[in-house]
Design a protein around this ligand. Structure first.
Ligand code: MGD
Ligand code: MGD
Ligand code: SF4
Ligand code: MO
Length: 783
């Protein structure tokens, strides 16, 4: 008996439940058969972390329902949450390991596949040290898996070439929180939305990308004492459509607009001088820098009319409380970290942080991105520690019972694009790609494919499907996914959820945790006393080991356990003896983790990325004050010109998640958004003779794709293409938008610039498109 409490495809955000104060519950449910039992979990299709129960019948997942008790979603779910689980039962799941023999991927046993990987790993470590191995992971595993991977990668293999795809996603969130507040960690809480008087959304299309968080905001916008909404985005998104003020800036001009906003806050006397004096450093420098950004100059740079900026500054400057959020329109755009820090500045200038109704969200995107950062499976040192502080490295070594020399330190580890670059140059000889699909998601795909396909690169891919990336691998390991394994993860407001195994994985697929444990055992990694380096055997053991590494750090998990997370709502870290029920918001006391011995970073020059040394930082220790960080506006890396006159920006649609390996396998979601398109302003379209639905060829310095035209939604000179569509479901033509994007990164966070590439367009015929060949064919798995 199928049951669907609401049509989330037709009516994405459902009926309104207007409020101010406490958000009421509404349980959204979608089952295709009546479950025999419900198993506690949370959704892994964005960083909102909506709690849900998985319905199970006869050992299969048959649906989901939201968890009413949970603080994050109070039972609500969006279209991906209600439908994404259908991919688990897809008939084309990987069910056994594959090994490339004679150019073909063929079926192998786990022993064959793992022995091959272990033998190659040992050879490489012996000849070239651990630096010959690159590990490129994700923002979609569980905390327990990251911790295990981080320990075996950083310490066991001793490689500095390990990063997450979080580099493409929330590296700038982490960097900007570190640069402003001394340490990663979201200051605010979703409960701030319940009472706030104003919302400032910069480069984040929450309506499509965090649908349940948007439901919360919509319910406030339609309730009593509604907050004012300011949206800064170059496109007319469904989020922008609801704004009191939409600042439709040119892509890449965030710093100019945000400097202009701060200029007006200062000019209008809307700075909380007392707060700034007591709790920040850097005001004079900031004041000097933003002083030149008059509304008129900002208009010339960004295209945002001066009166609109003034109106936005009035809202932001006079509202008693303020919640801000930023995401990829900042992090993947020009001057990413510099721009994100300007949003932190706004809150510091107004003293609106750590108070009910006030908080800044340097949002996450992927469901478990926060945990990649906490555990150090990306470039960070576990527990938000500082790579440049030898005492922090020694502490980690002591807790893991290893010599400090066995942890490569003294400099930031290699970032994702650098690891691929090292593989291109040949110094990384084995690349282990886990739970990410770089053959579609990295920039400059021709170059990325070339690297992945290199004869002398031993490529291991761990995934649930034969993706574009897996098709290029030497060894493919079939992974169990969400619903088929147990673990925890942390959302964008620090809420930790437990997700239990509900069903068995298909065929011989294994959880990532079991794969890592098996690898560590076969590699025989040992600690100082000759005991196994990875001393745990299951998810609970991994969690308990990790939490010891967080004790006393800002992301303190010591009061949490799997048992504690069972049954009720998710819990916000820090959670320890002194705060057993978790902590709603950080920095309520106005004290920031910037003290030299405690902070996660000594800071960087926002314009060129050069990092400060310990001595330098110590000499001007902010010692608990936040840092107001100034930056001048700099034009885009690739400005439009005669040959490539338009700026292309890229992003998401509500119905799909990333490269569609899950949502493309849900019939309802895929039918709602079956193919890509290019948004173009009607004026530009007219100039190029393009009508609605026409085929358009879009070319950058790096490649070409073909999409159908959609007129409207962007300003003249700007185009938009969603990045979800690759090659596994055989479109027959080049269409992955990353064929066009550039291999350039932000100087501080090293996050790639997906949000602005210079391109040219022309209308082409259906016949012309039919003659095109897609750049990569993904053949089925061998048997
Ligand atoms: N449906 C859906 N939801 C998702 C995901 C998904 O794939 N699909 N992915 C999840 C993940 S991993 C992430 S990271 C988040 C991303 O969530 P968002 O960041 O909200 O999504 P994007 O569409 O990438 O980009 C947001 C907006 O940035 C705007 N933008 C482009 N250039 C600029 C600029 O220079 N300045 C400003 N101010 N804005 C600009 C774009 O027009 C776009 O509307 O979504 C999460 N949620
Ligand atoms: N042009 C452009 N490019 C972008 C972006 C953009 O806005 N524009 N956004 C960037 C951002 S923010 C992100 S987050 C990335 C996302 O890019 P990717 O990480 O490449 O995207 P996904 O499709 O989520 O890939 C996750 C893979 O993991 C597999 N998987 C799922 N669950 C599990 C599991 O439990 N274990 C294992 N081993 N595998 C699993 C899935 O089948 C899938 O193949 O794309 C980036 N690329
Ligand atoms: S908002 Fe995000 S976490 Fe919540 S149901 Fe939708 S995709 Fe899942
Ligand atoms: Mo992301």
């Amino acid at each position: 008996m199928a049951r669907e409490t609401r049509d989330s495809i037709g009516n994405i955000w459902g009926e309104r439940t207007p409020y101010r104060g406490e958000w009421s519950a509404r349980v959204d449910e979608h089952v295709v058969e009546e479950p025999d039992r419900w198993v506690q979990s949370a959704c892994v299709l964005c960083s909102n972390g909506c709690a849900l129960d998985i319905g199970v019948k006869d050992g299969r997942i048959v649906g989901v329902r939201g968890r009413e008790v949970d603080r994050v979603n109070r039972g609500r779910l969006g279209p991906k949450g209600l439908h994404g689980w259908e991919a688990n039962g897809s008939p084309d799941r990987l069910t056994h390991p594959l090994v490339r023999r004679g150019g073909r991927l063929e079926r192998a046993t786990w022993d064959e596949a793992m022995e091959l990987i272990v033998q190659r790993s040992k050879e490489i470590v012996e000849r070239h040290t651990g630096l010959g191995i690159g590990i490129y992971n994700t923002g979609q595993l569980f905390l327990e898996e990251y911790h295990t991977l981080a320990v075996l990668g950083r310490v066991g293999l001793g490689t500095r070439n390990m990063d997450g795809n979080t580099r493409l996603c929330t590296a700038t969130a982490a960097s900007s929180l570190q640069e402003s507040f001394g340490c990663d960690g979201q200051p605010g809480s979703y409960s701030d939305i319940d009472v706030t008087d104003a919302l400032l959304l910069v480069g984040t299309n929450l309506a499509e990308a965090q649908t349940v968080l948007w439901m919360r905001m919509l319910d406030r916008l339609e309730g009593p004492d509604r907050p004012r909404l300011v949206v800064i985005d170059p496109r007319v998104t469904p989020t922008a459509e609801r704004a009191d003020l939409h600042l439709q800036l040119r892509p890449g001009t965030n710093v100019a607009v945000l400097n202009g906003l701060q200029h007006l806050l200062i000019e209008n006397g809307h700075v909380d001088q007392k707060y700034v004096q007591a709790h920040t450093v850097g005001f004079e420098d900031l004041k000097r820098t933003v002083g030149v950004y008059t509304p008129e100059l900002v208009e010339r740079i960004s295209g945002v009319p001066a009166e609109k900026l003034r109106a936005a500054a009035e809202i932001v400057g006079t509202s008693p409380t303020l919640v801000s959020a930023a995401l990829q329109g900042v992090y993947q755009s020009n001057q990413a970290t510099a721009a994100a820090c300007q949003i932190n500045n706004v809150h510091l200038l107004r003293g609106l942080i750590g108070k009910p109704g006030s908080g800044v969200f340097q949002m996450n995107g992927q469901p478990t991105a926060q945990n990649t950062r906490e555990t150090g499976a990306d470039g960070e040192l576990v527990g938000f520690r500082n790579w440049l502080n030898p005492e922090h490295v020694r502490e980690v070594a002591r807790l893991l019972n290893v010599s400090p020399d066995s942890i490569p330190h003294g400099a930031q580890p290699a970032h994702a694009l650098e690891i691929f670059r090292l593989a291109e140059l040949g110094s990384v000889k084995m690349l282990w790609v886990i739970c990410t699909n770089p053959a579609v998601s990295l920039p400059d795909l021709a170059r990325t494919r070339h690297i992945l396909a290199k004869e002398d690169l031993f490529l291991v891919v761990q995934d649930a499907f034969l993706t574009e990336t897996a098709a290029l691998a030497d060894v493919v390991l079939p992974a169990a996914i969400w619903g088929e394994k147990t673990g925890t993860f942390t959302n964008a407001d620090r809420t930790v959820h437990l997700s239990l195994k509900a069903v068995e994985p298909p065929g011989e697929a294994k959880s990532d945790l079991d794969i890592f444990l098996d690898y560590a055992r076969r590699m025989d990694f040992r600690d100082r006393d000759g005991q196994p380096l990875v001393g745990w055997h299951d998810a609970e053991g991994a969690f308990d080991a990790f939490k010891e590494l967080t004790r006393g750090r800002p992301c303190d998990y010591s009061g949490l356990s799997h048992a504690r997370l069972l049954g009720g709502s998710g819990i916000q870290w820090p959670c320890h003896e002194g705060s057993p029920d978790g902590t709603e918001r950080l920095y309520a006391d106005g004290v920031f983790p910037t003290r030299w011995g405690y902070c996660q970073t000594y800071g960087h020059d926002l314009e060129v990325g050069a990092g400060a040394e310990q001595e330098e930082y110590r000499a001007n220790d902010p010692n608990g004050r936040a840092r107001l960080r100034a930056a001048a506006y700099r034009p885009l890396h690739e400005e439009p010109g005669a040959e490539y006159p338009l700026i292309l920006t890229t992003g998401r649609r509500v119905y799909h998640f990333h490269t569609r390996t899950k949502t493309g396998r849900s019939p309802e979601l895929n039918a709602a958004a079956p193919d890509g398109f290019v948004q173009i302003n009607p004026e530009d379209a007219g100039q190029y003779g393009i009508s609605e639905g026409d085929w358009v060829e879009i070319t950058s310095r790096r490649g070409t794709v073909f999409e159908r035209a959609r007129l409207g939604g962007v300003e003249p000179g700007t185009l938009f293409i969603p990045f979800h569509y690759g090659y596994w479901d055989d479109p027959g033509r080049p269409r992955a938008v990353n064929e066009l994007t550039l291999y350039e990164v932000d100087p501080v966070s090293k996050q790639p610039h997906y949000k602005a590439s210079a391109v040219r367009v022309r209308r082409v015929t259906e016949g012309h498109v039919a003659r095109q060949r897609q750049p990569q064919t993904v053949a089925g798995q061998g048997d």
